[in-house]
Write a protein of this length. Structure first.
Length: 268
């Protein structure tokens, strides 16, 4: 609900957005507001901008405008999207909320990472951010927020063939709490050899190890029980190292390791 001392601006074009972001200090850009706990004194809604509502399918990737709703994404159909991404989107909240919640809002939510962060990071998603005079592409791995004067304008999601795609979500249904986290596992195999693998776990903490992934590439399949035990133990050590100094619920580590073991077992 908007308070009496709040101003909500409406942008109909990107030119309107750039004007306001360069003119109004502490301007808050909003879409569906489903993940926003409070609204600044001055906010700007971008739900009317056609360019930010676009969905384009290219040969090797999708490009989504940040104002595209989660329902719009699901309406494309399960067979047209990366399975791990479709499963992640369909796990979020309720159909009513998905009609309002936007892709950009899920990515840019402040605080802990929301549901789509892990699968998008595993898929090597890239973000297009624009200012009045400049366009930049940033990998999600290097994204830490939208700098002043810039606006998120596109999310590029690669479309590749993966032999195994696993998405799991932990925590309470339809809510984001400190117990919430998402797990993404992608693996590709060529002639009983693991040719590519991506492992991401994200919530209040983030786990992704290029070193572990690179070590696994080239492994002969199927994995034996002994090899799986060794990989899970090694992953636990890396998890502890990466999350040292970051507070998180202890159960998250156990859940991550259980999901990782399950995923490795699909390679056996």
């Amino acid at each position: 609900m908007v308070r009496n001392n709040q101003t909500v601006l409406i942008a109909n074009t990107l030119a309107d957005v750039f004007y306001h972001v360069n003119s109004v200090r502490d301007l808050q850009i909003v879409g569906g507001c489903t993940a926003v706990e409070s609204i600044n004194d001055t906010s700007l809604t971008v739900r009317n901008i056609k360019e930010l509502l676009s969905i384009e399918k290219k040969e090797r990737f999708f490009e989504f405008g940040p104002a595209v709703t989660l329902a719009d994404i699901l309406n494309l159909g399960k067979t047209k999207l990366p399975l791990i991404f479709y499963d992640a989107v369909s796990s979020i909240a309720t159909p009513f909320i998905r009609n309002l919640a936007t892709l950009g809002g899920n990515i840019c939510a402040e605080g802990q990472k929301h549901t789509l962060y892990a699968p998008l990071l595993a898929l090597d998603a890239r973000l297009e951010i624009r200012s009045k005079d400049e366009t930049k592409f940033i990998s999600l791995n290097n994204f830490s927020g939208i700098q002043r004067g810039f606006v998120l304008t596109k999310i590029r999601i690669p479309v590749e063939d993966w032999s195994i795609e696993i998405f799991k979500r932990v925590g309470p249904s339809n809510l984001i709490t400190p117990l919430s986290a998402s797990f993404a596992f992608l693996a590709d195999m060529q002639k009983d050899i693991l040719s590519n693998i991506k492992i991401v776990f994200a919530g209040t903490i983030i786990f992704k190890s290029h070193e572990l992934e690179n070590k696994l590439i080239g492994t002969r399949l199927p994995l034996s029980s002994k090899t799986i035990d060794s990989l899970v133990n090694e992953s636990e050590e890396e998890f502890v190292r990466q999350t040292e100094g970051f507070p998180y619920e202890p159960i998250l580590k156990a859940q991550f390791l259980n999901m990782l073991r399950y995923s490795f077992e699909q390679l056996s």
